[in-house]
Design a protein around this ligand. Structure first.
Ligand code: ARG
Length: 566
């Protein structure tokens, strides 16, 4: 697609010997309002060469530009050269491109041949999949889709927490008090109960701890009974988690969790030893990170067992070898900042510069309006229940607003779940936020239902107006401010996606979609569309159609569906 910014760079370059195209490009700014143009070039850097005051330089440049088909005017405002895009050209270029590319508009092959791993969700086996897991799950899925859309070879990994001493406790507890049939009926709750009971009884009876250690060791050494129980716990837990993944329409390419690396740790430990990075400390082995302002990283406990950190190091090596990644992304909460900083540092100290391609994409916490979430206090809110409530509430709203809607149940699912995802992806990752039902499910304001509703509204409008994609459109007719505002947003959509990818921030897309929906509704309310004037009607329908495509693609990148009717 025609890149107006690059055209501005070329024009500037033709007059400025002293700076390279890259330098010019990096200096160009986007002014805060369109009255000041679409792009502005500050001339301060030229003051030395031109030996003039900046405003005079800007004025001189402006006087020298050749006529350009891409800009309707180039002016100077003080020390800036301001470029105003030719709106007719912008309209034509944008709408033709959307029409031509359809659901590929905004996609790219910039990632061709590069593999990006997105590790996300990664719940712990035998533990509830609660609302706290929504963030990693939803942010990770969006990033996975964004990278794929930009042409990267993507791998979605669910690094299940399926290993560690707690499995020793679970195995002991099941052997003592467990009833397999009961557990199978309600796996997570029953396993959680057993876990809690085991811990409570172990308070009284130290021997239980030894028993748990014994079973974990047996598990590590391949004891058949222990292995079978562990495998069964993993399977029934995964079955529960998959209910949520199905609702969210999420799939993983790999479920290689912590246990997968159990036989890959010795080699790592060996290499750490060879490179003199392991230090003994009270029978345990650590890597000293004092020089980097971090506490020592525990690699082997004094009883010989390995740790979360050890498995993460082994996993990173395995992934490098298996996928030769360009980026290896971990979508994990900010509580684990130190954990990631420290093991990534260890890989760097081992002499591998790909350590820098391991990226911790962190995020803040989510809490409920009536207090925080805490597993310990037993106030677990299951994610599945949250999604089901969202669907139920949405169905009620639909029954009020549009009782005759076809496929009500299906739409309620798309909108209810979409609302939760949208809300989740509305803010910068690192911000903590409070989950609010009212805000999530509102049909007006900056919400998922609002954007979906705009999409559905356009869909029925196109039917009513008998829109035909093949119609030739006179783009000159789309010149009102309302129309141009939408077109600018549609034109910027591809860049917004790249921006979201570079910062690993899906919210950049979410916000852009809200802007598009707002701009469209403003247009809808002030410019009649299905009108006598056939040419104008065609043009406005085409604009609506392009808006619909972009909204749908954008929602899709966030993992949200776009129903045709609402
Ligand atoms: N299972 C962990 C938890 O629930 C998250 C795993 C994060 N991924 C990793 N490679 N350490 O806290």
């Amino acid at each position: 697609m025609l890149n107006f910014r690059e055209e501005a760079v070329k024009l500037l370059k033709s007059l400025i010997e002293e700076l390279t195209e890259e330098e010019i490009s990096s200096l160009i700014e986007v002014p805060p309002s369109y009255e000041m143009g679409d792009y502005a070039f500050p001339v301060f850097r030229l003051a030395k060469v031109f030996r003039k005051a900046p405003p005079a330089i800007a004025e001189e440049l402006v006087g020298k530009f050749e006529e350009s088909p891409y800009f309707e005017k180039i002016e100077n405002k003080g020390p800036y050269v301001n470029f105003f895009i030719n709106k007719k050209k912008l309209t034509e270029v944008t709408l033709e491109e959307v029409k031509d590319k359809q659901d590929k508009y905004g996609s790219s092959d910039m990632g061709k041949g590069k593999t990006v791993i997105v590790e996300y969700s990664s719940p712990n086996i035998a533990k509830p999949f609660h609302i706290g897991h929504i963030r990693t799950t939803v942010i990770g899925n969006a990033l996975y889709k964004i990278y794929s859309f930009l042409g990267y070879d993507t791998v979605a990994i669910n690094h299940l927490g399926d290993y560690g001493t707690q499995f020793g406790m679970l195995i002991s507890a099941i052997k003592k008090w467990g009833n397999l049939e009961e557990i199978e009926k309600d796996p997570i709750n029953e396993l959680l109960k057993l876990y809690v009971r085991f811990n409570a009884e172990a308070e009284e009876d130290e021997a239980l701890r030894d028993e748990a250690r014994y079973w974990f060791k047996e598990l590590e050494e391949g004891n058949q009974e222990a292995y079978e129980l562990w495998k069964w716990i993993r399977e029934i837990s995964l079955k529960e988690f998959n209910k949520v993944y199905d609702m969210l329409n999420i799939k993983f390419d790999s479920y290689a969790g912590e246990s997968f690396y159990s036989d890959k740790m010795p080699a790592v430990i060996e290499e750490l030893k060879e490179k003199n990075l392991l230090k003994e400390s009270d029978g345990a082995y650590v890597v000293d990170l004092e020089e980097y302002g971090m506490p020592p990283a525990l690699i082997i406990k004094s009883d010989g067992s390995t740790l979360y950190t050890t498995r993460d190091i082994a996993a990173a090596f395995y992934r490098k070898k298996t996928y030769d990644f360009y980026k290896n992304i971990y979508v994990v909460g900010a509580q684990q900042n130190l954990h990631f900083k420290s093991w990534i540092k260890i890989i760097e100290l081992m002499g591998y510069d790909w350590a820098n391609d391991c990226i911790h994409v962190n995020f803040g916490t989510v809490s409920l309006e009536d207090g925080t979430l805490s597993t310990r206090k037993g106030r677990v809110v299951f994610l599945e229940d949250v999604l089901n409530t969202a669907i139920k509430n949405t169905l009620e709203i639909i029954n009020e607003r549009n009782p005759n809607l076809e496929n009500k149940e299906e739409v309620a699912k798309q909108v209810g779940i979409g609302a939760v995802i949208f809300q989740e992806l509305f803010n910068q990752r690192i911000k903590d936020y409070v989950f609010s039902w009212d805000r999530t499910l509102s049909f007006d304001g900056e919400t998922g239902p609002y954007v979906q509703y705009t999409h559905a509204r356009i869909s029925s409008l196109l039917d009513r107006g008998q829109f035909n994609e093949e119609d030739k459109v006179n783009y000159d007719l789309l010149s009102s401010e309302e129309e141009i505002n939408i077109i600018r947003l549609l034109y910027n959509f591809p860049k917004v996606i790249i921006d979201a990818m570079e910062k690993n921030e899906p919210y950049i897309i979410t916000r852009h979609l809200v802007e598009i929906a707002k701009a469209y509704n403003k247009f809808y309310n002030s410019c009649p569309i299905i009108i006598e004037d056939v040419e104008l009607k065609k043009a406005r329908l085409m604009l609506s159609y392009a808006t619909k495509i972009v909204l749908k693609t954008g929602l899709g990148l966030l993992g949200i569906e776009a129903p045709e009717r609402m």
